[in-house]
Design a protein around this ligand. Structure first.
Ligand code: ATP
Ligand code: MG
Length: 168
């Protein structure tokens, strides 16, 4: 099966991302818009791998992420995040754990983005809404090609952090 590890978006983040998509539609930008239930931030792309139980998901010490900016990779348009050192540190730890366990993953540099539109035609001018969320877990996701676009299914989530581990 096709696997990846991601942060699912909160309702508030989905609303804000939906407003960005609304702006694009209002500007007559065409393409395949990510449906709300598919909005996510990919942390590691594993790809085809038969054994999801072997994938260790380090616990997340909760931190906040905040929307900031937007951009494109070719015709793919995304929303960006404010620089977030705890997110970077988590992704490093996650990828180290995958490598240690010999789970294959794409080692391209982590470039946090939330895909809003694929196959976009036109160049949008967007106002990024103010939105943030607390990240307290990550999810192991399975990706399947459905009749009408991709279907992502959460297979497992990381265990919760224990506040007793916090110093101070
Ligand atoms: P499609 O590939 O059909 O357009 P998709 O990209 O939504 O659909 P997947 O290719 O299964 O679905 O990807 C799942 C997630 O992993 C997406 O967030 C995607 O951007 C990301 N991803 C896919 N391939 C890679 C890769 N080689 N490296 C990093 N991230 C990837
Ligand atoms: Mg893809």
């Amino acid at each position: 099966m096709r696997l990846f590890i991601a942060i699912p978006m909160s309702g508030e983040m989905k609303d804000a991302l939906g407003r960005m998509q609304r702006q694009m539609r209002d500007q007559r930008i065409a393409g395949r818009f990510t449906p709300p239930e598919n909005l996510h931030l990919t942390l590691a792309f594993i790809g085809e791998y038969p054994n999801p139980d072997a994938v260790f998901l380090p616990r997340v010490k909760p931190f906040a992420i905040e929307l900031d900016g937007f951009g494109s990779f070719g015709d793919l348009w995304w929303a960006g995040l404010k620089p977030c050192p705890p997110l970077r540190r988590y992704v490093l730890a996650l990828r180290h754990a995958l490598a240690y366990d010999n789970i294959p993953f794409d080692r391209k540099k982590f470039s946090p983005h939330i895909t809003l539109l694929r196959g976009g035609v036109g160049v949008p001018a967007l106002t990024v809404p103010r939105a943030e969320m607390v990240v307290d877990h990550v999810s192991l996701m399975r990706s399947d090609r459905g009749k009408r676009g991709m279907i992502y299914t959460e297979l497992r989530a990381s265990e919760p952090w224990d506040p007793a581990w916090d110093d101070g």
